[in-house]
Design a protein around this ligand. Structure first.
Ligand SMILES: [Zn+2]
Length: 243
């Protein structure tokens, strides 16, 4: 950049030395590109770096106590399909036995969806944000003996400060490629299947809910999986997604 005297000097010398017009044009373009404001890199991960597809399931806190959706869980376990659960604090405590059982399976990954699932973490102060991430991380570590490494913001809401703080804590923030819409009570299994199958491409991160709020997910999942398999898609845990 040209903000100090030596840089200016180099630039002036360059102009003197290279009077050739084509040089000048290329140089001017180069300078312009350097001076253009660069887009701020939002480091939210929305795609994998491998051709597989990641099935991710959130256990968002609900007003009424919720349990694992056994229709979804038993299907995935029976078929041994790799999947990732984004877990919250109260849900983990309430479902600790089941969580321990599934975490032992080699095709299951447990990740961090905050402790209390505040829908607007960007409104919390730094201490509270740290607590939200670390409390559930420690709980998961105690329960399954493994640290979480990926974080998903409740409701997908964040700002630059919150994102930076969580990244500085060595977590990668992972959202999704497109919303499945499964918390919508009006969506039928057929509609959910059509939507997800038509939108999914290799490398996508799919999001569903496994806390009873994916109303049609349990019914739709076998069709979604078999349709995607017919398209040649393989499923991977997030940690195998090259992130
Ligand atoms: Zn959530």
């Amino acid at each position: 950049m040209w903000y100090n005297d030596s840089s200016k000097e180099i630039m002036i010398n360059f102009f003197i030395l290279h009077k050739d017009c084509s040089y000048l044009v290329s140089f001017a373009i180069f300078v312009l590109l350097c001076l253009l404001p660069r887009p701020v890199n939002a480091d939210i991960i929305e795609k994998l770096n491998v051709p597989g597809v990641a099935l991710t399931f959130d256990t968002c806190e609900t007003t009424a106590p919720s349990q694992f959706d056994e229709k979804i869980l038993s299907y995935l376990i029976k078929e041994q399909i790799p999947f990732t659960v984004f877990i919250t604090g109260k849900f983990a405590i309430r479902n600790k036995e089941r969580l321990r059982e599934i975490a032992r399976l080699p095709f299951v990954e447990i990740e961090n969806h905050s402790f209390y699932h505040y829908l607007h973490m960007e409104r919390l102060n730094a201490d509270k944000i740290k607590k939200e991430v670390m409390d559930i991380d420690e709980l998961v570590r105690k329960m399954i003996g493994k640290k979480t490494k990926y974080f998903r913001f409740p409701g997908g809401n964040y700002d630059a400060r919150t994102l930076k703080q969580i990244e500085d804590m060595n977590f990668k923030v992972v959202h999704w490629t497109f919303p499945s819409g499964d918390p919508d009570q009006k969506i039928t299994p057929a509609r959910l299947t059509n939507w997800v199958v038509s939108k999914t491409r290799p490398g996508n991160i799919l999001i569903f809910h496994i806390n009873g709020r994916g109303y049609s997910t349990g019914d739709a999942l076998p069709d979604i999986i078999s349709s995607l398999r017919k398209k040649g898609i393989k499923f991977v845990k997030l940690e195998d997604g090259g992130l």
